[in-house]
Design a protein around this ligand. Structure first.
Ligand SMILES: Cc1cc2nc3c(=O)[nH]c(=O)nc-3n(C[C@H](O)[C@H](O)[C@H](O)COP(=O)(O)OP(=O)(O)OC[C@H]3O[C@@H](n4cnc5c(N)ncnc54)[C@H](O)[C@@H]3O)c2cc1C
Length: 496
């Protein structure tokens, strides 16, 4: 007799949806989280009269009421939280600014975006329309392939375009480098520059935001994490916060349960881990790591982390000059240089600016604004900063993000009332992930569903993996991954 039917390690997006899906299907589940709140990345914190969103810049996949295959009508209904959450539409996909070269706002709607591009880049209407068709077609066939459609039934367009680099495809369609940059700005959400990013990944991302629009959540991503936790608890699930799992126990080669930080053992035939892969496999006790797992881990690269300035500003978005919720500001058109700079302390070359009060999410008092500035960065350079130097280095680097932001909001520094700075070391500390990686492994051409299937194949019976380390990072992918892994686990349980 085991204590639980399943144990879930980690209450990030995937851990939460896995736990809620399991418990709501009747599998008695224990959710264990090191931190004192649910959400992993999907959390918030308070400073002065502001609350700060930690991670969510744009939630994809939500869609509008009645829209098929949306999170709103799918996962959120299944978890019973669709009516609990209030989604705030961002209206625009983003504004992209390269000072002196480009200032373009793309509405979150296919035709509106074509009009906006045509206005600034006359003569491109047909080319952009054909490019958008390509995005939709590649995404359609990619989804069909991911769901197991036989290769011979897949349209060759997926094989012709899917694995080519974004840059290569953009070069085929467009001449103006500024237009190419405007259409590929989401590369920073995926952590790979257009020269390395697979076209199918950008296509899927643009499709998810255009078709289902970008959203914020009223009350921040924390409200969503708490709603999923409530759904889990209401169905009878147990949760332990401030409790790390120290070991995954095995017996005769299969999972037996976990050992918690206080030394106690809890048993269950199935364990779902939302922790990183190196952490998860490193916690396995009583078993030699299968060679397949060792080889897999040895050939992967820890992904990128982030550097974020969370700011409470004593001015309204209009006073500050914000016209969109999301603005990308880049120093120039050289995305390869920007990517390389993530491993150095070179002044920030590209930032994502989120203004959470253009369409208010409720975190700033009336007349004030909550803004975050973010650039991606790898953790290694931060690990070599001496503790005594850390505060100085992080505030000096933060100034470089503010310098870039001044291009869209001159004088923003004067409005700062509260500021908090997070570095890759902050992410490491709060998430427990190697390198503070926020999307798991580097999402380059060797990753992805075609070449890796770590979510489906753990090679240790009873161990299941869900989250950014076993698939695509980001909110929508991880929310969906947890529920998918739980459903697969339930099917296996039923067949046992
Ligand atoms: C600053 C920032 C901005 C971002 N912006 C966006 C965005 O705009 N759009 C987007 O889609 N994505 C964004 N992301 C990425 C996205 O938030 C993540 O990819 C996603 O939330 C990861 O979810 P996950 O399920 O993998 O779990 P994680 O959020 O990685 O959480 C894992 C959880 O496991 C817990 N854990 C680890 N080890 C143990 C253990 N041994 N015992 C118990 N608990 C353990 C951790 O404490 C943590 O709570 C951003 C991330 C950050 C940090």
């Amino acid at each position: 007799m085991r204590d639980y039917d399943a144990i879930v390690i980690g209450a990030g997006n995937a851990g939460l949806t896995a736990a809620a899906t399991l418990q709501r299907a009747g599998a008695h589940t224990l959710l264990v989280e090191r931190h004192n709140i649910p959400g992993g990345c999907a959390t918030s914190f308070r400073r002065g009269r502001f609350e700060f969103e930690v991670a969510l810049h744009q939630l994809s996949g939500v869609g509008v009421e009645g829209q098929p295959i949306s999170l709103r009508e799918g996962l959120f209904q299944q978890l019973g939280i669709a009516q609990t959450l209030e989604f705030v539409s961002e209206r625009d996909l983003y504004r992209v600014v390269i000072p002196g070269q480009l200032d373009l706002t793309l509405p979150a709607e296919w035709d509106g975006a074509i009009d906006a591009i045509e206005e600034q880049f006359p003569g491109n209407r047909d080319r952009v329309a054909t490019f958008f068709d390509l995005l939709r077609t590649v995404t359609f066939w990619q989804m069909a392939a991911m769901r197991g459609m036989p290769v011979e039934q897949i349209d060759p367009v997926l094989f012709d375009y899917g694995l080519r680099s974004v840059q290569d495809v953009l070069d085929e369609y467009f001449h103006d480098d500024r237009l190419k940059a405007a259409l590929s700005m989401y590369w920073t959400y995926l952590g790979q520059p257009p020269s390395r990013l697979r076209f199918q990944d950008l296509a899927l991302t643009l499709f998810a935001y255009f078709e289902f629009m970008p959203w914020h959540v009223r009350g921040g991503s924390q409200a969503m994490s708490s709603a999923i936790l409530d759904s889990f608890r209401a169905a009878g699930g147990d949760v332990r916060f401030n409790t790390g799992v120290e070991a995954i126990l095995t017996e005769n080669g299969r999972v037996l349960g976990v050992r918690l930080g206080d030394g106690s053992d809890v048993t269950a035939p199935d364990v779902v881990s939302n922790a990183s892969l190196p952490t998860t496999y490193g916690m396995l006790e009583g078993i030699d790591l299968p060679a397949g797992v060792r080889n897999d881990l040895a050939t992967r690269r820890i992904g990128v982390s982030g550097f974020v300035l969370h700011m409470g500003l004593d001015a309204s978005p209009a006073e500050l000059g914000f016209t969109t919720s999301t603005t990308f500001v880049d120093k120039d058109l050289d995305s390869d240089h920007t990517y390389r700079s993530w491993r150095t302390f070179e002044p920030a070359r590209g930032i994502c600016v989120s203004s959470y009060d253009v369409a208010p999410i409720g975190f700033a008092p009336t007349g004030a604004t909550h803004v975050s500035l973010m650039t991606l960065q790898y953790a290694d350079i931060w690990k070599s900063v001496a503790p005594a130097e850390y505060a100085r280095v992080k505030f000096a680097y933060a100034e470089t993000l503010l310098d870039l932001c001044e291009a869209v909001t001159p004088g923003i520094r004067d409005a700062i009332e509260e500021v908090d700075v997070a570095t890759p070391l902050t992410m490491m500390r709060y998430l427990g992930h190697p390198g503070g990686a926020i999307y798991g492994y580097d999402q380059d051409a060797t990753e992805g569903w075609l070449f890796r299937d770590s979510e489906r194949r753990t090679e240790v019976p009873g161990l299941h993996l869900a989250g950014s380390w076993t698939g695509m990072g980001g909110f929508q992918p991880t929310l969906e991954a947890g529920a998918r892994v739980a459903r697969r686990l339930l099917r296996t349980k039923a067949a046992r």
